[in-house]
Design a protein around this ligand. Structure first.
Ligand SMILES: [Zn+2]
Length: 123
């Protein structure tokens, strides 16, 4: 398999990165975080396919709930760039809105039912 290398950046350009992954199947999610950020995300891929090219010091980490997923965003511009998934902590996704040459809104990106998988509010 020879996945495409996606090149991306946050809005201010401090954080740049590459990920070896196809852009589809893309997905959105209705969990409490994703419905707020509204991002279209890449398919999941292993961590070693993600390379942070610049701005690693500009990245902030947001964790909530089970503290398993790791959501990274740029401290300067606030843009979510990529995250480590909760369902499989070995896998990551990138924000397709950050990727050069990808029109994230043109992709067929069904909404995953993350809200039902969330442990928030469940006994
Ligand atoms: Zn930025």
């Amino acid at each position: 398999m020879n996945p495409t290398t996606l090149k991306g950046a946050c809005h201010c350009g401090a954080v740049t990165f590459e990920a070896d992954t196809p852009s589809e199947p893309a997905v959105r999610c209705n969990c409490s975080l994703c419905r707020r950020r509204g991002a279209v995300m890449s398919p999941p891929f292993p961590r070693d396919r993600l390379r942070i090219l610049s701005g690693e010091n500009e990245l902030a980490l947001y964790e909530f709930n089970t503290q398993v997923a790791k959501h990274f965003f740029c401290k300067r511009c606030g843009i979510y760039t990529f995250h480590q998934t909760r369902s499989n902590p070995d896998m990551w996704r990138v924000n397709l809105g950050c990727i050069d040459g990808v029109d994230a809104y043109s992709l067929d990106a069904p909404v995953a039912d993350g809200a039902s998988h969330s442990v928030v509010g469940k006994p």
